[in-house]
Design a protein. Structure first.
Length: 101
């Protein structure tokens, strides 16, 4: 099955403490049904000092479930994603505007 949300897509968070925040997907894990969005759902991780890193308290993005994300369309609003065939290719399109993504 084709992925509705992919790396590089601009998305908005629908639920949780970061509701309404927008960001770009940096990585997707389809088996766990989760994605990491830049600057959203930050957590502090305590890391030990090593020869290569200084260690200390480091902010890190945590995974968000794909069902809690929605694609942002050209108007800047959240939209659902659909699929259609154009010129023999399967393409994603925004349900609100009908434009191909």
């Amino acid at each position: 099955m084709a992925a509705k949300l992919r790396k590089g897509d601009k998305v908005v968070v629908l639920t949780g403490k970061d509701k309404g925040k927008q960001g770009e997907i940096t990585s997707v894990n389809p088996t766990a049904n989760k994605a990491i969005v830049g600057g959203v759902k930050m957590a502090i991780r305590h890391t030990r000092q090593t020869q290569t890193s200084e260690g200390g308290r480091i902010s890190k993005e945590m995974p968000i479930d794909l069902s809690n994300l929605a694609l942002v369309d050209a108007n800047g609003k959240a939209t659902r994603v659909g699929f259609r065939v154009e010129e023999g290719k399967k393409v994603r399109f925004a349900k609100t505007t009908g434009e191909a993504i």
